[in-house]
Write a protein that binds this ligand. Structure first.
Ligand code: ADP
Length: 463
């Protein structure tokens, strides 16, 4: 470019020496802004020499006759070097500002991602991918001293370090540092070392590395605190449920017990009853004891589900088999009914077949119990968004909108049908607990006088 300018001015455009000097100065400043001081200084020297040779008399020699020109050339060189220095500083500052902004964005993005986590396990798995995403690093290793745990993201072969060296480094590294293209950030709880973060393939300032380390520690502490609070609340809730349960049970037990007690007391009276009456009272005792038995066993089952004492084995399960088994369980109830079963080809679901059969049996029993004799039932299923839903529809009396949420509560029985049929009000509560243990949802849509559809969802087995 320098040669170009000199040639143009020297050969074609005959302008004053000042114009040439200013043009060359512009070139030098431009180079300083683009490439840095070193190139600009070298170019200044070359430009000074060319200026002297081609434009300052005597032209064609490096000698300078007029002392004024000595001054001019000295001024040119000084302005070129000082100007270059200034424009390089401007360039560096702009770069610093850009880097600062990018690092701020990195920290902001990271803090948003990390502070969303609700539990420690989820957070620890999220940290490495999050850092990799926001810093655009090649590989990340998060190492925790507690349990020698490693969480990696990216090309893990890029960071090959055994547990012993990681542990040693995590315990001894006092502050973030950079070795080659690898940044190493110690993590700590107070003054105690907690672990180490290795970031491969990006250069970040020490301040940013320190901030990332602090952010990780704070987010782990926060998730830990949240988990502790949730655990405390769950314990409180379980205690509350237990006492609620005891209240409801004593209330529910009282009705059959009163009937049994009354029948037994009457039977014990001196001979006042004929055979027929005695039989009737004995039947009351028999039936009410059965109810008592059912109530107690359902209450125990609910309590076990509450406290997660029930052991479920989740295995790939065919919905069709569950439907078949449930229909078989209810065969006597369904003798005079048309049951329409509509099952498309479905993927296997992740479920405990025995428990799900119990849920479906309960829904079919309810559908039969709360709909007129002989009315049809329909069982259908569909696969959507990684879940399979199974529905049981009846043309029964339906459930009032205000009660649709309540029927899943333990011991709750809706006002309309419960007067005509006997039940414990526990079936749906148990079913919902089972479905929730499967990470599914049990729900109802119903219209009074038209019928109800109970549906539950189950997750499809991941392939
Ligand atoms: P139970 O049947 O022993 O009363 P559930 O928990 O199974 O207990 O059901 C709770 C209540 O929900 C029932 O008492 C009934 O009022 C209502 N219900 C359940 N299924 C149906 C249905 N298919 N149609 C109308 N009402 C229903």
């Amino acid at each position: 470019m320098l040669t170009g300018i000199v040639a143009v001015y020297h050969l074609w455009l005959h302008v004053s020496a000042t114009t040439v000097a200013l043009t060359l100065l512009l070139l030098v400043l431009f180079l300083a802004a683009q490439w840095g001081l070193r190139y600009a200084v070298v170019t200044s020297m070359a430009a000074t020499a060319a200026y002297n040779y081609y434009f300052l008399p005597p032209i064609g020699t490096f000698t300078i006759s007029d002392p004024q020109n000595w001054l001019a050339i000295f001024a040119f060189l000084t302005v070129a070097v000082v100007g270059s220095r200034l424009s390089e500083r401007a360039r560096e500052e702009a770069e610093d500002a850009r880097r600062g902004q990018r690092e701020l964005e990195v920290l902001y993005g990271l803090s948003r991602q990390l502070l969303q986590a609700e539990n420690v396990a989820g957070l620890l798995n999220a940290i490495s991918p999050a850092i990799m995403l926001v810093t655009r690093a090649d590989a990340i290793v998060l190492y925790l001293l507690d349990g020698d745990r490693r969480y990696m993201a990216g090309d893990s072969s890029a960071i090959q370090m055994d547990d012993v060296s990681l542990r040693q480094l995590a315990q001894t590294l006092p502050a973030p540092d950079t070795v080659g293209l690898q940044a190493r950030v110690p993590l700590s709880v107070g003054v105690r070392p907690r672990g180490l973060l290795l970031i491969n393939g990006v250069t970040l300032s020490m301040d940013t590395l320190e901030a990332i380390g602090g952010l990780i520690s704070v987010s782990i502490d926060r998730a830990q605190a949240l988990e502790d609070v949730t655990r405390g609340e769950a314990a409180k809730e379980s205690e509350r449920l237990r006492s609620l349960m005891i209240d409801s049970i004593t209330h529910e037990l009282r009705t059959p017990l009163t009937a049994i007690k009354a029948a037994a007391s009457t039977l014990l009276l001196p001979k006042t009853l004929d055979d027929e009456e005695q039989r009737e009272l004995l039947t009351v005792i028999d039936e009410e004891s059965d109810r008592l038995n059912q109530l107690v066993s359902e209450a125990v089952e609910m309590a076990q589900l509450d406290t997660k004492e029930v052991h479920m084995t989740f295995a790939p399960t065919a919905v069709a088999a569950v439907v078949e088994q449930s229909l078989q369980n209810c065969s006597s109830l369904l003798e005079n009914r048309e049951v329409k079963v509509d099952l498309p080809t479905l993927p296997l679901v992740k479920a405990d077949a025995e428990f799900i059969t119990k849920v479906l049996t309960n829904l079919i029993e309810n559908a039969a119990k709360y709909s007129p004799e002989g009315s049809p039932l329909a069982i259908s299923s569909e696969h959507k968004d990684g879940m399979v839903s199974v529905s049981v529809a009846d043309r029964g009396m339906g459930i009032d909108l205000s009660e649709q949420g309540l029927i899943f509560e333990r011991f709750y029985r809706a006002s309309v049908p419960s007067q005509q049929t006997w039940g414990t009000g526990m079936g749906l509560a148990i079913s919902r607990a089972i479905i929730e243990a499967h990470h599914g949802v049990l729900s109802v849509t119903s219209q009074l006088g038209e019928g109800s559809v109970f549906s539950f969802t189950l997750p499809v087995v991941e392939s």
